[in-house]
Design a protein around this ligand. Structure first.
Ligand code: ADP
Length: 499
């Protein structure tokens, strides 16, 4: 039942609301009627069908005493002297006793026979005077009140001319309260059945609607209070279950959003502290050397020149850092306007190596270049930004070289839809623990930090962003003390892929 849709459940609830009271009331009614009719039938010795007893009980009771009544009536009209024979009447009266009835005979306003004095006293005042009860009136008269009776009567003249009336009186004191009880029991059982049905329906509604809604409300309050860990499980597959699932999805999204927001804020804090630290270090040096000059610590012209050169270098470092920072800010907020063009890789790299070779010769670094790709291969790239990536990587190879002969090898390979570029050096290498983080902004491996190479920690982060904006990938392989290779991929232009 709980897998049903809510609308089906409401429909079932409605059907239950209709059929259950009807069924239960039928059972209750037949039990009540059966029980009460048995007792009525036993009390009055009536035989007849239950419906008739219920719908017209007086009629049934009327029929009950009819035989005796007719006999006594006939006697009154034909042989009135018999009615003065109390034994005869007493015999008839005896028969009626079984049916809650008795005979009374009145002569000239006085009762000369009474089957039940007590009961007669109760209705004596309601009995009519002589001359009312004619032969035409069949059946009986119902006397209502606290003590209901059914009275059948017939006027006649005694043989001595006296005015007589015979009464056959049936006590309804048992029947009427019993019938009233039936009605009362009907009403009570109807009330309880409705109550029971209402309880069942309330339970169904509570189980399927209110309870899950309460759970959801609680969860919402938790979120309002800032607790995003409180998860809601869908217990049903209906609309409310769906709502719970949607709610849970929303909670997870919200949590991710807030988590990423918090991470971002942490990031910004880290960024600011990094920037201020990285600016502070050269500034402190500049300040120190400038003070040294003013205070006359540098006495010889040589020393003064050394101080000034140091100030110059530090100012240059700062300038580079600020430039890189400005560029990083632009690239991070996607405000760098790339100008993508189809570039022939052979031509591009040959020019590039030529430029680099001049600079590298000055610092005594050898560069080797190997291109295993098709000479016609082209990639779609921004030539200027791609140059920035290559310079960053080559620059690092120079920055982190070891003593001795330094060699940089650049190799291009075709790997299907992409061209893979590998730039390998034989420098100091990167510790395993640092390797996964070197592309993060401001990350500097301990080794390089200690050797005070003065990098900004932004070069690889910038390179990564540029390569990813070219739909490529960048990664590093390194062996501490042996060297490092930085790889990146460039997507071939569509016509190369098709060919
Ligand atoms: P930096 O300005 O410090 O060079 P990068 O983002 O370019 O910043 O590099 C991040 C860190 O990765 C460097 O500080 C250095 O520790 C390490 N690294 C990068 N390239 C090399 C390399 N070729 N050899 C050794 N370490 C390197």
């Amino acid at each position: 039942m709980w897998a049903l849709k809510l609308k089906d459940r409401i429909l079932y609830g409605f059907l239950i609301m209709i059929t259950m009271p009807v069924l239960m009331f039928s059972v209750a009614a037949s039990t009540i009627v059966g029980f009460q009719m048995n007792s009525i039938q036993e009390s009055y010795h009536v035989e007849g069908d239950t419906v008739q007893i219920l719908t017209n009980p007086i009629q049934i009771l009327n029929r009950l005493t009819r035989g005796t009544y007719n006999e006594i009536k006939l006697a009154a009209l034909k042989t009135p002297e018999r009615l003065e024979d109390s034994r005869y009447i007493a015999k008839l009266d005896e028969e009626l006793k079984k049916k809650y009835s008795f005979i009374a005979v009145r002569k000239n306003g006085t009762f000369i026979f009474t089957g039940n004095e007590e009961q007669l006293a109760l209705i004596e005042d309601d009995l009519q005077n002589f001359g009312v009860y004619s032969t035409e009136v069949d059946g009986g008269t119902y006397i209502e009140g606290k003590n209901p009776f059914l009275v059948k009567a017939q006027d006649f003249y005694f043989s001595d001319g006296g005015e007589g009336t015979i009464f056959v009186i049936t006590d309804l004191n048992t029947l009427v309260p019993q019938l009233k009880a039936v009605v009362m029991q009907f009403a009570i059982s109807f009330f309880f059945i409705l109550l029971f049905t209402a309880l069942i329906l309330s339970f169904i509604i509570y189980r399927s609607i209110l309870r899950p809604l309460n759970v959801l409300r609680f969860a919402m309050n938790q979120i309002k209070e800032g607790d995003l860990e409180y998860s809601v499980r869908a217990e049903t597959q209906d609309e409310i279950g769906q709502l719970c699932e949607d709610f849970e999805e929303m909670r997870i999204r919200l949590k991710e959003l807030i988590d990423s927001r918090l991470a971002y804020e942490e990031d910004i804090k880290g960024l600011i502290s990094n920037i201020s630290h990285d600016l502070k270090t050269p500034l402190t040096a500049i300040k120190g050397y400038a003070e040294g000059l003013i205070d006359g610590v540098a006495v010889t012209p040589d020393k003064q020149e050394k101080y000034l050169r140091t100030i110059m270098t530090k100012a240059n470092d700062m300038s580079i850092l600020v430039d890189e920072l400005a560029f990083y800010a632009k690239i991070d907020s996607n405000t760098i306007p790339y100008s993508f063009k189809e570039i022939n890789l052979h031509d591009y790299f040959e020019d590039c190596i030529e430029d680099l070779a001049l600079d590298l010769e000055i610092v005594n670094v050898e560069i080797l270049y190997k291109n295993d790709t098709d000479p016609a291969v082209e990639v779609v790239a921004d030539a200027e930004q791609l140059k920035r990536v290559i310079s960053n990587i080559v620059g690092n190879a120079v920055k982190y070289k070891k003593d001795g002969e330094t060699r940089i090898q650049i190799r291009l390979q075709d790997i299907g839809a992409f061209i893979q570029v590998g730039i390998k050096d034989n420098g100091m290498g990167i510790p395993k623990a640092d390797l996964p983080y070197i592309f993060e902004r401001f990350y500097r491996a301990d080794a390089s930090r200690n050797s005070r190479k003065g990098g900004s920690g932004l070069g690889l982060a910038i390179s990564k962003k540029i390569i990813e904006d070219h739909a490529g990938r960048i990664w590093a392989e390194s062996e501490l003390g042996e060297g490092t290779t930085i790889f990146f991929t460039l997507k071939k232009s569509d016509k190369n892929i098709a060919g």
